[in-house]
Design a protein around this ligand. Structure first.
Ligand code: NOJ
Ligand code: CA
Length: 696
């Protein structure tokens, strides 16, 4: 629902003098053409120049100079102030309020090609995109390069991962801009299946920056549709960032047909880190959904026959050797996780604990040779292994009021998946699956394409649409990092597209500050299937006895609040929860859909405290996490309803807790609090605290 409160349109004249300016609160956006007729924009915040005049434009196959020789033929301005209600999310109402400037450009030389640049200036930042009007001089065209630059004005601190065409699953590095060089990191990242990083100075977005005078800047994009993902090349000497689009198999970037638009380029700005996390610019720059009935889209928590494979206790594959021919019978290895009895055990556990969903991986044939072969037809999405009884599981889950979640791993063969998409979704409809986790581990087929290129961007959107058609919710693993498309596709609920908790299962894991950086980077674009909730933090991987999760148990609880997802996994094994029934109560009770969110304290790389109010209820939940440093979080509870008293249940690190030496030490205590109280939480090294508040 959209309520338009105020909107005005003013027509500018062709003679309007450059620079054009838009002011909104602390932000000034200016635009001009330089002496060569090249578009330039700049951004001021509280009088500080944060983006010095920066280039805009393109190299097209049809016009290698589509960045100069322009004149301004007209401008339009409008103000928008509206609120809208997401289907699910971090709050019930989202305010969208901005000043818009559209600049109409025309090239002087024949055929006089047209380009519009649209700026939206919000109280907390700027978005702009290119629009290619319908025109005979530019109908079908090929983008060779987008020349957008972000000319920063200092050697800022930057939180970054390498600009990889195929993966967002790197650990973050914190450095100065001038120190960015990803070569050693990429080389060492053997735990990432596919790495394609030709530019040692390229980084991914969302890119989080902090200036020397404590201004926070976040650069990303919104509404990535029919276009490749944007990465940024860092020039350490000039502090200039330049767009680098992920190429296709023949080196082109995008194939377009006017009229059309690019994604929005976003710059979120504040002198408070908490405002960066509270910004809704990226969601606001995405389109509202075209359908209206999303009653079938239901946020939920789920358990899964999954962590046991990740940690090596059981296997996805049924046999140890692949079948050699059609008639070759697979020899069971005796360790197959997705067997009917084991699945029922998870269904029982979910039902007993009010957890709505059960994911099962490794249920369909093909896992004997799925990985690393660049093979096209590894999987179909309807043939179970002999020990997985689809019908029996469907009936058992239904009898317990639990929903099964489908798993479709494509092993990167998007072509194979597309051919079978209708069959796969019909199978889900037939056997009661309302959600699917997809996966794209491995090199992409069509061969030569990349996970983050235009072809795959379109593929992921096709799958989201297929989900709309069949009423199936999507959780996409290995896609490009999200850009707010959950607004347009409310059934595309979550994505991985980052380094999840699973790296703690099969590799050296995630550093203690990882989860304090993710909300400022990966999560800026949308929900992450991070898979929190690991309780057994040591001795969980039989073949790697020294492996540990790099957090305390209380921090794993806090992640249910600090990392937002409407599909939130309860990732550990049932027996590990059964060993801690008191701590597990928080996971049982924490919701996944919210009326309100307050970012109470945050500093990228150091700490985060967030409070959220349950959708349709008066309960609040709070999560506080810290990096490798123990700290005290003093939390004013002013978000609670005035005059009401609440019972607060606090799940905290116990004295002596420490992620390295004593991670599973927690204590649970209760207090009566109100809006005037301040909670003092002691967070251990890589620790955290989770709190639930119930009105008395
Ligand atoms: C990678 C996914 O991120 C992970 O969760 C899944 O278990 C494997 N692929 C297998 O599909
Ligand atoms: Ca830190």
């Amino acid at each position: 629902m959209i309520i338009l409160l105020c909107s005005s349109l003013l027509q500018g004249s062709a003679q309007e003098q450059a620079p054009l300016q838009v002011d909104r609160d602390n932000i000034r956006l200016s635009f001009s053409l330089d002496g060569e007729g090249s578009p330039r924009y700049a951004v001021l915040y509280k009088g500080h120049q944060l983006i010095a005049p920066s280039r805009q434009g393109f190299v097209l196959a049809e016009d290698s100079l589509f960045y100069k020789g322009f004149t301004i033929t007209g401008t339009e301005r409008k103000s928008v102030n509206e609120t809208w209600e997401p289907v699910w999310g971090e709050e019930r109402n989202i305010r969208n309020s901005y000043e818009q400037l559209t600049v109409h450009l025309k090239q002087q030389n024949a055929p006089g090609r047209l380009l519009d640049i649209v700026f939206r200036v919000f109280a907390d930042g700027v978005g702009f995109r290119y629009e290619f009007p319908q025109q005979s001089g530019l109908k079908y065209f090929v983008v060779k390069d987008e020349l957008t630059e972000f000319h920063l004005t200092g050697d800022h601190t930057v939180f970054w991962i390498p600009g990889d065409y195929d993966s967002n699953e790197y650990a973050y590095t914190t450095s100065r801009l001038s120190e960015v060089n990803n070569s050693r990191i990429v080389q060492a990242a053997a735990d990432i299946a596919v790495r394609t990083v030709p530019d040692p100075f390229a980084v991914q977005t969302p890119l989080m920056l902090k200036t020397g005078n404590n201004i926070y800047i976040n650069i990303h994009e919104a509404a990535l549709i029919n276009y490749p993902a944007m990465q940024l090349h860092v020039d350490g000497a000039s502090h200039q960032l330049s767009a680098r689009l992920v190429p296709d198999a023949v080196g082109n970037k995008a194939y377009l047909h006017s009229p059309c638009t690019t994604p929005w380029r976003t710059i979120i700005i504040s002198d408070k880190a908490t405002d960066i996390l509270a910004s809704r610019i990226i969601l606001n720059l995405n389109e509202a959904p075209s359908a209206t009935d999303f009653s079938w889209v239901r946020p939920m928590k789920f358990v899964g026959v999954w962590w046991e494979m990740q940690t090596g206790k059981s296997t996805w594959n049924y046999a140890d050797d692949a079948a050699r021919g059609k008639d070759d019978v697979l020899q069971p290895n005796g360790r197959h996780g997705a067997n009917t009895a084991n699945v029922k055990r998870y269904i029982d556990f979910a039902a007993a604990n009010g957890i709505q969903g059960v994911l099962v991986e490794g249920w369909n044939t093909g896992w004997e040779d799925w990985f690393g072969n660049w093979k096209e037809d590894v999987f179909d999405f309807i043939t179970p292994y002999p020990d997985f009884n689809v019908k029996e599981i469907e009936q058992y889950a239904a009898s317990k009021g639990v929903q099964m979640i489908m798993h479709n791993e494509t092993s990167g063969a998007a072509t194979n998946y597309e051919r079978q998409l209708d069959t796969a979704f019909r199978f889900m409809n037939a056997f009661g699956y309302h959600a699917v986790k997809t996966g794209y581990v491995g090199r992409i087929i069509p061969r030569g394409e990349h996970h983050d290129g235009q072809w795959m961007v379109n593929h992921y959107e096709r799958v989201a649409r297929k989900g709309l058609q069949y009423r199936v919710m999507i959780d996409a693993h290995e896609p490009p990092r999200p850009t707010g498309l959950q607004r347009t596709y409310p059934n595309w609920m979550a994505s991985e597209a980052g380094r999840g908790n699973e790296y703690n299962a099969f590799s050296n894991g995630n550093a203690p500050d990882h989860e304090t950086i993710l909300p400022f980077t990966r999560l800026m674009g949308g929900p992450m299937d991070y898979t929190p909730g690991i309780f057994k933090l040591r001795h969980y991987a039989p073949h790697a006895p020294d492996r540990t999760v790099h957090t305390t148990l209380a921090k794993q609880l806090a992640l249910y609040v600090t990392i937002y997802s409407p599909l939130q996994m309860v990732a550990d094994l049932p027996e590990n929860y059964e060993a801690h029934p008191d701590a597990f109560r928080f996971i049982r009770e924490v919701p996944v859909d919210w009326d309100d969110t307050r970012i109470i304290a945050a500093e990228p790389g150091d700490y985060i405290t967030i409070a959220r109010k349950e959708k349709g209820k008066h309960n609040w939940f709070l999560g506080a996490i810290t990096d490798e440093n123990a700290r005290t979080a003093a939390v004013p509870l002013s978000f609670l309803d005035k005059g009401k008293q609440y019972r607060a249940v606090i799940y905290a690190d116990a004295p002596g807790a420490d992620w390295k030496t004593n991670p599973e030490a927690y204590r649970i205590y209760e207090m009566v609090v109100d809006g005037n109280s301040t909670l003092t939480l002691q967070l251990a090294a890589s620790g955290g605290a989770a709190v639930s508040f119930y009105p008395l």
